[in-house]
Design a protein around this ligand. Sequence first.
Ligand code: DGJ
Length: 571
Amino acid sequence: MKKLIISFLSLALFAVTAQAQQPLPHWKKQGDATQLIVDGRPMILLAGELGNSSASSVGDIGRIFPKLRSMGLNTVLVPAYWDLIEAEEGKFDFSLVDEVIRQARQNELKVVLLWFGAWKNSMSCYAPLWFKKDCKKYPRCLTREGKPLEIASPFSENVFQADSRAFERLMRHVAETDSREHTVIMVQVENEIGMLEEARDCSEQADRLFAAPVPEALMEYLKDNKKTLHPWMLDRWQKAGGKTEGSWQEVFGPDIYTDEIFMAWHYAAYVERMIRKGREAYNLPMYVNAAMNSRGCKPGEYPAAGPLAHLIDVWRCAAPSVDLLAPDLYDSGFKNWTAQYRLPNNPLFIPEIRLESNDGVRAFYVFGEHDGIGFSPFSIEGAPDAPDYPLAKSYRVLSELMPLIVKYQGKGDMRGLLFDQQDKERTISWDKNTTLVCRHFFTLPWDARATDGSRWPEGGGLVIRLAEDEYIVAGSGIVVEFKHPDELSAQVSRQLGEDGFATAGGNETGKAVWNGGERIGLGPVDEVSVNPDGTLKYVRRFNGDQTHQGRHVRIGVDDFSILHVKLYRYE
Ligand code: DGJ
């Protein structure tokens, strides 16, 4: 018995030591992807962000977290509120953060903390009252007319000292309470920084800096990275004469967008200092987020100067310690924004997206197309607590797929699919003998919703090329045909009914030619689940009607599943 207890204790000790030896969450390159490594393994964040006021009471935190777990999240984004942490100057209370960590552990969730410090959606509403009231010591940005805004000045050393002291204390506290368990895996610094009402601060100090030369570091950066600059930035600089020195207006032109570039430089420089100070206490991955300008507004009408797509170069140069710049996606242009933020030096993370029923398929697209590291609908606690809610279904399947997704990130053998009624087809060719024709499920006209005037729900997923003629197709609302490219060009396209009969009066396009050559047929198509080691487990065989008698593979709009497809060839 004694022996048994001793060996049990040494086993437990070994387990604790093994865990303690895991490095802190960090980044690792794999091919052209950047992976987030947590507890020694790459992780994709199947996440959600809490509504702004949902982590301000212990009771709410306790009520919300179990629901997140049952929805299949592995990570939650939670605000850390400066006004509640330092309600009295110099006295720090981390009880809410402690409760977040405790509840997260209990519900097997990881946490991304959001520092709601000097700025939240441009404003300084989360600064403590003692800070807000003392605007002599903690000055505000001013409009052109001299009106003070509720936006703390990024030029003020006092603002920086107060904000960064509290942030540093937070990081120190997390280090003291969590450096062994790594429940907190990443930190967002501030929230949607940006100027509103005015594109730049018009205080005396700001005016002085605005008249001074553009910092040499930015000029060097523009010159050294000319080939990869954001097209907007390159265009502005070139149109203003491509100068390599001069004042902000001389280098970038005399309009409001130059005000924005100037402010972006100073906000980013501030954040760089915040991150350095925070990391001295605890070295976690850190990022910043931005509200997109999807509505055609001018700087100051949208939060100007944040880490917006067109300002990525300025932010990268002034804040090299920021691990990633992240888009918050609430309006149109999903595919466009995701493409602009997936860069060789910027892994894609979506910290906020409007909570909608299409989030499930969009998550697939982010991971499949862009090697994304995470996806996180906003106000997640408001989602229906139902197992068939699309995001819950999607996260269950993505969680199973995670070992395969992280194995294939950055290697070029994975693609994402996302379709709607306008953008409904995409072809993929990994080699010269195979083309995948991928479409929205409703391009098959057999479901009444495809043709009765209903708005098509988005369909999407991912495809992984496991080997020659062997694929994973996963997601929802998609149909994939595998064709030899020669056959595609010589194809007669005739619309077929579900039973294979040509539809009466159906369109026929193309000319019936055949020059010989190879055709591709479906071998076994199996619905599978994925074991934690990445191996596949048979669930059921799809054949007959379920593959349209061998013509395609498909996943209906209301299902989320994983298909393992093998092809064969015949002549
Ligand atoms: C974006 C912000 O980052 C969130 O904190 C929240 O205010 C949402 N907008 C509201 O829709």
